[in-house]
Design a protein. Structure first.
Lengths: 266, 360, 290
């Protein structure tokens, strides 16, 4: 098995010194892999992503245990611009574009070590990947639709030439058709740029169409992980995340039993 | 009232009166009595200079307490404090000069001026917050100063208005001892007003408005009403301080009420420690005594003669420096230092307070 | 006609100072109330460089201007950087305290007397005659031209320059800017440098025209309403606001009462706060920032 690009080992994240949001989470992302973290609200997915990208300090949270290694070097609790410089770039959930800058300006602003010619080539690449953005070059960022904004956010992140792209809630607030389109483009991004992608998603269906590997989080812990096929065929994932009930009606007691065992187990 | 570590145990209250009392334990009562004795005896052993210093501290305390009430508790930033003091002083000066009004008219008149001006200063707070509110108070300060200056030049008092000492039944009231007790009483009364106001419904409303306006409104607290109330009460107190200022100095001139004075009052509550009445008092003492301390320090240094001529500039520079130091390194102010000191001795040999849940 | 010239000169002064307020506020949401004092410092530095580069007025001027760039960056690095993330009120009060410190230091180093950098540099200040019989001093004319140049340069930089765009981005969404690799501390230091530079230019030109005393920061404080009236985060607004405030001040002094000079900007400010608190060209969200 090739050396993992990102290796998270048993991290614990604590908010305001008393609230443990994430406990004992271990996951890894290999080079050029698409990995998804699934789960409902409050499962700790965004916290994990923030821990990796270094933005915990804003919410008075800290990684109190465990390690995060990127390309072999430890990065937990490092400052965010340091982590960005190493090649991990985050596409955030909210406030993902600069609202008063045009699309073109949004793509000029990100900092990367590329020279002018390289940047131009990158520009071309991105506009060919997201042709819609090419049409909207002079549009002000705040006036874009949801899907266009998400595209711009991903494009902006790509301008930083990351080796690992973190995407937080890609599908939030978007119509299923748009989500489908975006996920396909993410696949194209992975293939053309050769970067790894770590996806945090509430919509398991969308994520599982492109993820090579996925983790399911509940209550701050990982309860399930495996590759795409295994998860798609897993009964619990089908029932609770994909909405596909398995034939016979479960009795109330069986569901309560399941939930209880999850609480103790998870 | 805030206590860093509980100090009273074994005291059982058997009635509401005991519950509401300001002094709860015998130790507190004894220490207050001692403190009052010391304060009362001070003028008889102190030099006139020290007496004057104490008077200045008491006078500053009134203004500092009122500003702490407005900014520290109700959260309404005000940079126009000097303007309000000027208003009170000018009311006193004008009335004393124009119609020879005695002090038992000028004092309430100053308070009335304060109330009216408080309303005016407070109106912007209904619409503005934070930076913009501070700027509006600043602008109003300049307007007040301008009006004062206008009066001075138009009435020919270009060097300022002389105010005679207050008189009662023909006796001129003046003298260091007299002023010491009067100003001590003023400071004490202000402190009591603030303490009781903060323990009342209005005080809780102030804190609620400061913490989360929308939630306070949802709870049925009239935000506009309480903001205006905070401004009005604070300004009334400040104007009364201005009136006392006029009588104590015997002289009212618009140059004494510049922006630097406003900043000094804001510094008092910041250096003292925001959100604490003790902080207001400590800050008032610190800022008032600071220039004298600097002067004394200068005399100790070897080649101080060169600087002594520029004492004003030295004061300015060192004041700015100290304010920066407090803002950067000790945001909790003198009260923060005091509590840390208290905790050290009270908790020894332990070092940390017991966990009281999620701390900010 | 002379009135019009006076208005233009005063407006240029206010505008050159106001863009300093706008630069820092737009990029880092901090109100720099030490701007007036930093402006005065620039003027005094000319006195220092004049004696250092005796006989070379151009070099002395250039040195003072470059020094001001450095001072701005140093102020950020050693003081304001520690206040990022704190309450905005605390940051503003820090700048106020800094202003007080500078005032004291300036008097200690250079004394409180009125001094004349023009004499120190050995440059003249003739009075030029314009059409209509109006007069304007040479350095005032230079100031008007400088204001125009500075604004043009700033507009171009912010609009088209890569780092100008990054400054705008950092002002809009600092978190996202950090996530896109923009070094926020660097951007803020740049804003402070540019702001101090424009302020120093204003101070130096004013000092060359009419000397410098310890009372110069008052003008800086009067320019602040001009920035606010236009909108604290808008350069265009600063220009327009300065015109409005200057026009009001000159006209009211002439027709009503000379004593009004110091208070007119604040009257205009109050009027604007009543009608439209975020200024003519400011963005509306700014109102609720505490």
């Amino acid at each position: 098995m090739s050396e993992a690009l990102l290796q998270v080992e048993k991290i614990e994240v604590v908010y305001k010194r008393v609230i443990t949001a994430v406990q004992g989470v271990t996951l890894s992302v290999g080079p050029k892999q698409i990995v998804a973290i699934l789960g409902t609200n409050g499962a700790g997915k965004t916290t994990t992503l923030r821990a990796i990208s270094g933005f915990l300090g804003l919410d008075d949270a800290r990684i109190t245990e465990g390690t995060i290694s990127f390309e072999g070097r430890r990065i937990e609790n490092a400052p965010p611009h340091d982590i960005a410089a190493r090649g991990i770039v985050l596409v955030p959930e909210r406030d993902k574009v600069f609202p008063n800058l045009t699309v073109a300006e949004n793509l000029v602003v990100p900092v990367s070590r590329a020279g002018a010619a390289e940047r131009r080539r990158q520009d071309e690449q991105i506009y060919s990947l997201f042709p819609r953005l090419a049409e909207l070059r002079q549009r002000i960022g705040g006036l874009l639709s949801g899907g266009e904004r998400q595209m711009l956010a991903i494009a902006g992140a790509l301008m930083c030439r990351p080796s690992l792209l973190l995407v937080d809630e890609l599908s939030l607030g978007l119509a299923p058709v748009v989500v489908q389109d975006l996920t396909r483009r993410l696949l194209a991004v992975r293939d053309e740029f050769g970067i790894a992608i770590l996806l945090v998603e509430q919509s398991a269906a969308a994520a599982l169409t492109i993820a090579d590997h996925a983790y399911v989080m509940e209550n701050g812990r990982i309860v399930l992980d495996g590759d795409r096929e295994r998860l798609k065929s897993h009964q619990d994932v089908q029932e609770f995340y994909l909405g596909q009930a398995s034939g016979e009606r479960r009795s109330y007691r069986a569901v309560k039993q399941y939930r209880r065992s999850r609480r103790w187990y998870g | 009232m805030f206590r860093p570590v509980p100090r009273a145990s074994g005291y059982f209250r058997t009635g509401y009166g005991e519950d509401l009392a300001l002094l709860q334990t015998r130790a507190e009562r004894i220490s207050l009595a001692l403190f009052v004795l010391i304060l009362a005896g001070f003028p008889f052993v102190a030099s006139p200079f020290a007496l004057d210093l104490a008077c200045q501290v008491f006078l500053a305390s009134v203004g500092a307490l009122s500003l702490m009430l407005l900014t520290g508790y109700a959260g309404q930033i005000s940079l126009g404090h000097a303007g309000l003091i000027a208003a009170g002083a000018f009311t006193t000066g004008i009335l004393a000069r124009e119609i020879h009004a005695p002090f038992w008219i000028t004092l309430p008149a100053s308070a009335v001026t304060g109330i009216v001006l408080g309303f005016v200063f407070g109106l912007p707070s209904l619409r503005l917050r934070g930076l913009y509110l501070a700027v509006s108070t600043l602008a109003l300060h300049f307007v007040v100063i301008y009006l004062g200056g206008e009066y001075e030049t138009k009435r020919g008092f270009s060097t300022g208005i002389l105010v005679e000492p207050p008189s009662l039944a023909g006796f001129k009231l003046s003298g260091g001892h007299f002023w010491y007790f009067v100003l001590l009483a003023a400071a004490a009364v202000s402190l009591l007003i603030c303490i009781n106001l903060l323990r009342s419904r209005s005080g809780r409303a102030f804190r609620a408005v400061h913490a989360r306006e929308t939630v306070a409104e949802a709870l049925g607290i009239s935000i506009g009403g309480y903001k205006l109330l905070a401004f009005v009460i604070s300004s009334a107190m400040t104007s009364v301080a201005g009136c006392l200022f006029a009588y104590y100095r015997g002289f009212v001139s618009v140059e004494a009420f510049d922006l630097f004075l406003s900043i000094q009052y804001v510094a008092m509550i910041i250096i003292g420690g925001m959100g604490s009445l003790l902080g207001a008092l400590l800050g008032a003492a610190f800022v008032t005594l600071f220039p004298y301390a600097i002067e004394a320090l200068l005399h100790l240094l070897p080649n101080a003669d060169k600087l002594a001529g520029d004492i004003f500039a030295v004061n300015y520079a060192s004041f700015g420096l100290v304010m920066i130091l407090f803002l950067v390194f000790e945001p909790l102010g003198l009260v923060g230092i005091w509590h840390r000191l208290q905790n050290y001795f009270l908790l020894w040999p332990f070092r940390y307070r017991p966990l009281t849940g999620a701390r900010k | 006609m002379q009135l019009a010239v006076n208005i233009v000169v005063l407006a240029s002064i206010y505008a050159l100072i106001a863009c300093g307020y706008v630069l820092i506020y737009r990029v880092s949401r901090v109100l720099n109330l030490a701007h007036g004092e930093l402006m005065m410092l620039g003027a005094y530095m000319v006195l220092a460089t004049a004696s250092l580069f005796n006989g070379h007025p151009v070099v002395a001027l250039a040195a003072a201007i470059l020094l001001s760039l450095l001072v701005g960056a140093l102020v950020y690095v050693f003081l304001m950087r520690k206040m990022t993330g704190e309450m905005v009120l605390a940051a503003i009060l820090t700048t106020v305290a800094l202003g007080i410190l500078i005032r004291g230091l300036v008097v200690l180093i250079w004394s409180a007397q009125q001094q004349y950098p023009a004499q120190a540099l050995g440059v003249p200040n003739p009075s030029l005659v314009l059409f209509g019989g109006a007069r304007i001093s040479m350095w005032s004319a230079v100031l008007v031209a400088t204001t125009g140049l500075v604004y043009a340069a700033l507009f171009a930089f912010l609009r088209f320059g890569r780092w100008g765009m990054r400054m705008r981005a950092a002002g809009q969404n600092p978190l996202l800017a950090a996530q896109r690799g923009i070094n926020l501390h660097g951007v803020y230091a740049l804003a402070w440098s540019l702001s101090t530079l424009t302020g120093a230019l204003a101070g130096i030109l004013m000092a060359l025209d009419s000397g410098v005393t310890g009372g110069m920061p008052v003008i800086g404080l009067k320019a602040f309403p001009a920035a606010l009236v236009g909108g604290l985060d808008s350069l265009v607004g600063a220009l327009v606001g300065s015109l409005i405030v200057a026009a009001a001040e000159v006209l009211l002094i002439y027709y009503v009462d000379p004593l009004l000079s110091d208070v007119v900007p604040f009257l205009v400010l109050i009027a604007m706060l009543i009608v439209r608190p975020w200024g003519l060209f400011g963005t509306r969200e700014e109102l609720d920032r505490v």
